[in-house]
Design a protein around this ligand. Structure first.
Ligand SMILES: NC(=O)c1ccc[n+]([C@@H]2O[C@H](COP(=O)([O-])OP(=O)(O)OC[C@H]3O[C@@H](n4cnc5c(N)ncnc54)[C@H](O)[C@@H]3O)[C@@H](O)[C@H]2O)c1
Length: 246
């Protein structure tokens, strides 16, 4: 089953570690050309050195003009964009009374605004290549988190789900597919913000009894971006060990 990703140009945000880095490795294994984006310059340089022929852009997605500059640099470097993976995300868990407006806006800026800004900037190039967008939502955007109060994170991921569905209909007019994945807990740095007690509740809640490995999310992202998924758009695919079903 050919994924047909050879020489496709794939832009991945938050690519320096975790799900983003794993996804970059999976695309590279299929012969895709990668542009890796992250705010962590050192980790990004290490990631880019692992992936032959990749480009990288050190940038904070929340900086003014960052999204437009990233898309422009990718087109200048590779001449096209076939796939945009909106993966960068943050979590600042806190009860609502302890969530400052600054923290709320920061979570929205990274998890939701950057998805909109990058998708907007990439759409002309994606329209030319009849490409695809895959964004990282979360089970937490569908049912609220189970492992600690985190309203800002859940709200941002619910926003990604609405964005994906709405843009899928619009982008279908130019043959661009727009999907999201909704992981349950995945063994990455992000989840280290949880206390050991909360981590135990994770495995207690998940029917498969464990967190996902980043590879288990990355392979779904690659599939949704590929020629094997040409009739899938507007979907938010659960990959959560049975934690939540809809
Ligand atoms: N780990 C989980 O359990 C889980 C579950 C569901 C969804 N997700 C989502 O998957 C995505 C990846 O998560 P992960 O677990 O690999 O996270 P991670 O924290 O391991 O990696 C995130 C990467 O994004 C980068 N990043 C963060 N803010 C940025 C910014 N403003 N500009 C540029 N880069 C920035 C970080 O430097 C980091 O390299 C996120 O959107 C996350 O919300 C994760």
């Amino acid at each position: 089953m050919e994924l047909d990703l050879k020489d496709k140009v794939v832009l991945i945000t938050g690519a320096a570690r975790g799900i983003g880095l794993e996804t970059a490795g999976c695309f590279a294994a299929e012969g895709a050309k990668l542009m890796l984006v992250d705010r962590d310059e050192t980790a990004l340089a290490a990631a880019a050195s692992q992936i032959e022929g990749s480009g990288c852009i050190a940038a904070d997605l929340t900086a003014d003009g960052a999204a437009d500059a990233i898309i422009q640099k990718t087109v200048d470097t590779f001449g096209r964009i076939d796939v945009l993976i909106n993966n960068a995300g943050i979590s600042e868990p806190a009860p609502i009374a302890g969530t400052s407006p600054e923290s709320w806006r920061k979570v929205m800026a990274v998890n939701l605004d950057a998805v909109y800004l990058l998708s907007r900037a990439a759409m002309p190039a994606l329209g030319r290549s009849k490409g695809a967008i895959v964004s990282l939502a979360s089970f937490a955007g569908k049912r609220g988190t189970l492992f600690g109060d985190n309203t800002s994170y859940s709200t941002s991921k619910a926003g990604v789900i609405g964005f994906t569905r709405a843009l899928a209909i619009e982008a279908a007019k130019v043959d661009v597919r727009v999907n999201a994945v909704a992981p349950g807990p995945v063994a990455t740095e992000l989840i280290k913000a949880l206390t050991p007690e909360q981590l135990k509740r994770v495995t207690d809640y998940v029917p498969l009894g464990r967190m996902a490995e980043p590879r288990e999310i990355a392979e779904l992202i690659v599939f949704l971006s590929s020629a094997r998924a040409t009739y899938i758009t507007g979907e938010v695919v659960n990959v959560n060990g049975g934690l939540y079903m809809d």
